[in-house]
Design a protein around this ligand. Structure first.
Ligand SMILES: C[S@@+](CC[C@H](N)C(=O)[O-])C[C@H]1O[C@@H](n2cnc3c(N)ncnc32)[C@H](O)[C@@H]1O
Length: 339
């Protein structure tokens, strides 16, 4: 299981680690074979469930493997009523299991209802994998889900020799996930000194004396030990509207700016988004890529348009994140000048 909307990244990881992929649903990738290679290496993976049954939430069958406790997750706030009915039915089908709201260890059985009203019931093999990253030592309320941050780092097309920028770095989750993909130079900027401190603590396990990093055994992968390069990190307090970076000095960027409701104000994004995106495009080399996650689609669209032919959209997808449905946009810097 991953976050709905980023299944294609989990499929890529399954294939890369030799796990055959079958059907894909909302947040679920049905795969066959040994899940072991995914457990320690797939950064977009949140859970593995040994599926006992799937089908319409209002048609859970009477006979299922029994369990003493059944943990139910309702990913879809708007589907609450349908989900409750499915959970109750699943509990009966599982032999009157006690329904618990949150597991205090790996849940024995899980029942999950997706947006289309499909229920999935099965034995949880692994759960909450994205929360186990050892770098998560400086969490802030704003810290991004690591599975989403990994998808963003992957979407930036991580390459050896990258200069990778996050101009709204917060506690540094996107930077850490990029570091896990291999050596590069990370540039993290934030307007708040407290966030830059947090990003420093997040990345401290990766950077030893400014040279090669190593958190061996990291869930989601360890920093590559490619002899061709070390991980370098530059973190600074800076305003994304006036980046302290020369033109063409960055090869890739990925970021989640304030969405404008839990953090910041939508009215402020009208100024922030176009100015910050223009700065990122100025700093990007031609053929560089920028990945943006935001709940403020309107202001992102306007900001992209304002960059004219200097920026070409590759994809925009709705994703799911903690009850919100932000968009994940991927854009390429062209050779054209900014208007
Ligand atoms: C949604 S948070 C990013 C969270 C981050 N991805 C993480 O995992 O912690 C947005 C960040 O943008 C920063 N910010 C807001 N306005 C800014 C600006 N004008 N320039 C740079 N950073 C800014 C905030 O301080 C905040 O840390």
């Amino acid at each position: 299981m991953t976050l709905p909307g980023i299944e294609s990244f989990l499929i890529g990881e399954c294939r890369a680690f030799g796990v055959p992929v079958g059907t894909v649903w909302d947040g679920w990738v049905v795969a066959a074979g040994d899940p072991e290679p995914l457990l320690s290496r797939a950064g977009t993976l949140r859970a593995i469930v040994d599926v006992a049954w799937t089908g319409p939430a209002d048609a859970v069958p009477a006979r299922l493997p029994t369990a003493e406790r059944l943990w139910c997750e309702n990913q879809w706030i708007n589907e609450g009523r349908r989900a409750s009915a499915a959970f109750a039915a699943a509990s009966c089908a599982a032999g009157g299991a006690e329904i618990v709201a949150a597991p205090d260890g790996p849940p024995a059985m899980v029942c999950i209802v997706d947006r289309s009203g499909r229920a999935l019931i099965g034995r949880a093999v692994a759960w909450g994998l994205e929360r186990r990253r050892p770098y998560r030592v400086a969490l802030m309320a704003r810290s991004l889900n690591p599975a989403m941050a990994r998808a963003m780092a992957m979407a930036s097309r991580a390459r050896a020799g990258d200069v990778f920028l996050d101009p709204f770095c917060g506690s540094g989750t996107v930077l850490a996930e990029r570091a896990l993909l291999g050596p590069c130079r990370l540039v993290g900027l934030d307007i708040e000194a407290g966030a830059v401190d947090a990003a420093g603590r997040t990345l401290s396990g990766f950077v030893l004396d400014g040279s090669r990093a190593g958190r061996a055994g990291t869930a989601g992968g360890a920093v590559g030990d490619d002899a061709s390069g070390a991980l370098q990190v530059e973190l600074r307090v800076a305003d994304a509207r006036a980046l302290p970076l020369p033109e063409g000095s960055v090869t890739a960027a990925a970021t989640n700016p304030p969405f404008g409701h839990r953090m910041g104000r939508a009215a402020d994004n009208a100024d922030l988004y176009p100015r910050a995106l223009r700065e990122v495009v100025r700093a990007l080399r031609p053929r560089g890529r920028v990945v943006v996650l935001t709940g403020d689609r309107r202001h992102l669209r306007r900001a992209v348009q304002a960059c004219g032919s200097a920026l070409r959209q590759r994809s925009e997808a709705r994703v799911w994140l903690g009850g919100l449905e932000p968009i994940l946009g991927v854009y390429d810097r062209t050779e054209a000048a900014l208007p």
